[in-house]
Design a protein around this ligand. Structure first.
Ligand SMILES: *Cc1c(COP(=O)(O)O)cnc(C)c1O
Length: 740
């Protein structure tokens, strides 16, 4: 394993270091450089926590204790050691001084360090060798198994005769365009892009060798009985879980606001879905599924009432719950596991947005797989997580976690058959390596520190927005954040502050069960003026799309846009600089809006694309769009279409079969009411499926599609899109429906 540099950092506290000691540090540094290490000059550390976060590319730290150190210096030293150990338990730490002895040094410091060096006891050369050996050992241990094997392989420079055909990148260099590609992505990515014929890396498809070692290590890190890396996203992880557990005609319980991969799994397996219905507020934010929906008696009532279930005594095969909804609501997973244990064979939590929960006490009990929590007695528990969404995975990096029940263990043979159905025989090794490294980053104190930092930044952002709102003169406007009325105090989030209760009004949901859900503070919904959570439109307003288009043009791209809100994520990659830039941009937007600056000046690129808006003022544009939304009462319309329980005319798989065998026709919007859709109809935003294949189109959905079409015609550039809508020759929209 090669590390790009064994760099040693030197640090000291506030008190200056004497001349003799300074001279011996210089001699030690010279020796280290002689041995090929980079030695970084002594930093007088004022903020140990901040300093500790700069050490990720260092292999060892030497802390210089000034001559005749007293209590004050020992205080500095204690704080320094504590700050480093809070983020890194392994980084070698040495003390350097004139006459340091164990007797003078605080025990809590001695416990945490690797060694003590006295300046004149050994030769600088000997000390440098000792330090370098320790640094080497540390770096040797950094890489988890698969990543280590992959880098060794790439560094070995073996000639490959196997695919991929670019042969470690050399094919690209035979063409000018290819050379551009090679130069951009670089040698290492291409050298490590190998095929599964390379035995020494192990097999993802069979879970052997270094891949399997890394999966086992990640399982330990995440507290799972089994953990499998997946290279095609949680979309695929979900289908693997389903195909391993569900067959045609099985009863399945599904969150109505599930990801479309779950609906695809229903179509693939031929299952009979029963939906659990979430609440919504009138600002388009999805609320929790009420506790009563999980009651086995209520589930049984739905089975009784379902027209396609012949045997009403069958146990549902699987429950899939979107654990962390798209707006950041998280369920009490421990309670749901208790309630449904034995009433459903498999409990599957789609934790695409929740891979971080295990690593911070704020989320205790609020995620599915946890070796510190009680096991289920009979139901197998799965979590599927998108490592790439909130942790540091490359796009498509995902993982499946399994927790066995007391009396039911995962059948790994059946599971792996399903895994093979959905996994390419040429998996991308850089993605696997990123699964491996993402898991490694979460191990030990490092993981906790990363999540705590993300939560802290999110809290500071929330407080900043609230504080600026409070500072506005009477009658002026500013943005808001959806969430508890966070007290503008310092410190971290308290769990109790983030739990939803029926008494609170901030969330805008009609019925909320106490102790059942919380809002994840790192998922921030920023609200714009113009719409309250109960669906009341203001006199004026700033539609979310105008703000998100403005921000995109100024380098800030948000995760999703609601009617009068934007959704932003505080992942482990967020920095203070990034969110403060966002706040600066919000101030700038407000100034432009208040002065009604012309769109061509405020958003020149957008005005180029859509010249019809160029000479409107920014406020005028918002006013017009707002008046149209208000006129159509769009907040209530877009809520109600989701609250209706649609009539099921066909099973999803049968509706899809009609599609593949051509028993469909393309029906214009005006003729849609009462027809049975053969496709998934999904409006973006928010990207939640509205109709599942086999369901009958309601009058209200037709009205919604008409309003969308009219808005698109009146305000080009501000329309959403609906996946599943086709376009006829005359440009009007159609939906593929099953022939009656
Ligand atoms: C994004 C998402 C998925 C799919 O994950 P990918 O990694 O993008 O394939 C599945 N479920 C939910 C709830 C998601 O938000």
């Amino acid at each position: 394993m090669q590390h790009s540099g064994l760099s040693v950092a030197f640090a000291t506290g506030a008190r200056p270091v004497g001349a003799e000691l300074t001279a011996s540090i210089a001699r030690l540094m010279a020796e280290l450089r002689e041995l090929g290490s980079a030695a970084v000059d002594v930093t007088a550390v004022a903020n140990p926590s901040a300093f500790a976060r700069t050490l990720n590319d260092k292999a060892l730290v030497v802390y210089v204790v000034p001559d005749a150190a007293g209590e004050a210096e020992h205080g500095d030293l204690r704080e320094f050691v504590r700050a480093i150990r809070a983020v890194n338990a392994e980084l070698p730490l040495f003390l350097f001084g004139e006459q340091l002895t164990a007797r003078q040094l605080p025990t809590e410091v001695l416990r945490e360090i690797e060694g003590v060096i006295n300046a004149y006891e050994d030769t600088p050369e000997f000390v440098a060798r000792t330090l370098q050996r320790e640094a080497n050992r540390y770096v040797e241990r950094l890489a988890p198994p698969f990543f280590r094997a992959l880098t060794n392989y790439a560094n070995d420079g073996a000639y490959s005769w196997h695919c991929p055909g670019h042969s470690g990148g050399t094919a690209f260099l035979k063409s000018p365009a290819g050379t551009l590609f090679h130069q951009f992505f670089g040698e290492n990515l291409l050298r490590s892009d190998v095929c599964n014929a390379v035995e020494e890396l192990g097999q993802l498809l069979d879970h052997t060798g270094p891949v399997a070692e890394s999966e086992a290590r990640a399982a330990e890190t995440f507290g799972a009985d089994h953990l499998y890396f997946v290279t095609n996203g949680t979309s695929t992880s979900n289908k693997i879980v389903w195909n391993s557990a569900v067959g045609p005609g099985d009863i399945v319980l599904v969150d109505r606001n599930c990801h479309k991969s779950i609906l695809h799994a229903i179509m693939l397996t031929g299952a009979i879905p029963i939906y659990l219905m979430p609440t919504r507020n009138r600002a388009g934010i999805i609320g929790p599924i009420p506790r009563s929906e999980f009651d086995p008696a209520e589930i049984h009532r739905k089975i009784e009432a379902h027209p396609f279930i012949a045997d009403k005594t069958r146990t549902p095969r699987i429950l899939t719950l979107t654990q962390s909804t798209y707006d950041g609501i998280v369920y009490n997973a421990a309670e749901i596991k208790r309630t449904l244990d034995g009433h459903v064979d498999v409990l599957h939590f789609d934790e695409a947005w929740l891979p971080h929960a295990r690593f911070h006490e704020l989320y205790r009990g609020m995620h599915a797989v946890d070796d510190r929590a009680e096991r289920t007695e009979r139901s197998l528990v799965y979590a599927t997580q998108s490592t790439h969404k909130l942790l540091a995975g490359l796009s498509q990096a995902s993982q499946i976690l399994v927790q066995n029940a007391e009396s039911a263990e995962l059948d790994t043979n059946i599971f792996n058959e399903a895994y093979l159905m959905h996994t390419s025989t040429s998996p991308q090794y850089a993605i696997i390596a990123s699964c491996d490294i993402s898991a490694e980053m979460m191990r030990g104190v490092g993981g906790h520190a990363l999540i705590e930092e993300a939560i802290t930044e999110a809290m500071e952002f929330r407080r900043a927005i609230i504080r600026i709102a409070d500072e506005q003169p009477e009658g002026d406007w500013w943005f808001g954040v959806w969430g508890p009325d966070t007290p503008p105090r310092e410190g971290l989030a308290e769990r109790s502050e983030w739990e939803l209760t029926g008494e609170q009004t901030w969330h805008g949901f009609d019925a909320v069960d106490d102790g059942f859900t919380m809002l994840d503070p790192i998922k921030v919904t920023l609200t714009t003026p113009g719409l309250s959570t109960d669906g009341e439109f203001g006199e004026s307003g700033i539609p979310g799309l105008v703000l998100s288009k403005y921000l995109a043009e100024h380098g800030v791209v948000v995760e999703k846009t609601g009617l009068y809100s934007l959704f932003i994520l505080f992942t482990i990659g967020v920095t203070k600089g990034r969110w403060n830039t966002l706040i600066a941009e919000l101030h700038r937007f407000k100034r432009l809006y208040d002065r009604d600056v012309e769109v061509r000046e405020a958003m020149p690129e957008f005005a180029d694309e859509h010249p019809q808006y160029a000479e409107l003022g920014l406020r005028e544009l918002c006013d017009r769009l707002h008046a149209a939304y208000r006129g159509f009462d769009i907040a209530n319309l877009t809520t109600d279409i989701y609250l209706d329980a649609p009539e099921v005319a066909l099973l999803p798989a049968d509706a899809w079969a009609a599609m593949t065998s051509g028993r469909i026709e393309h029906v214009a919007i005006d003729e849609l009411a009462g027809r049975v859709t053969a496709v998934l109809l999904t409006p973006y935003p928010p990207g939640i499926p509205l109709l599942v294949p086999g369901e009958r189109v309601t009058e209200r959905i037709v009205e919604y599609l008409r309003v969308e079409a009219e808005l698109a015609a009146r305000f080009p550039g501000f329309n959403g899109i609906t996946h599943g809508l086709g376009t006829a020759a005359d440009g009007t929209h159609t939906v593929a429906c099953v022939v009656d």
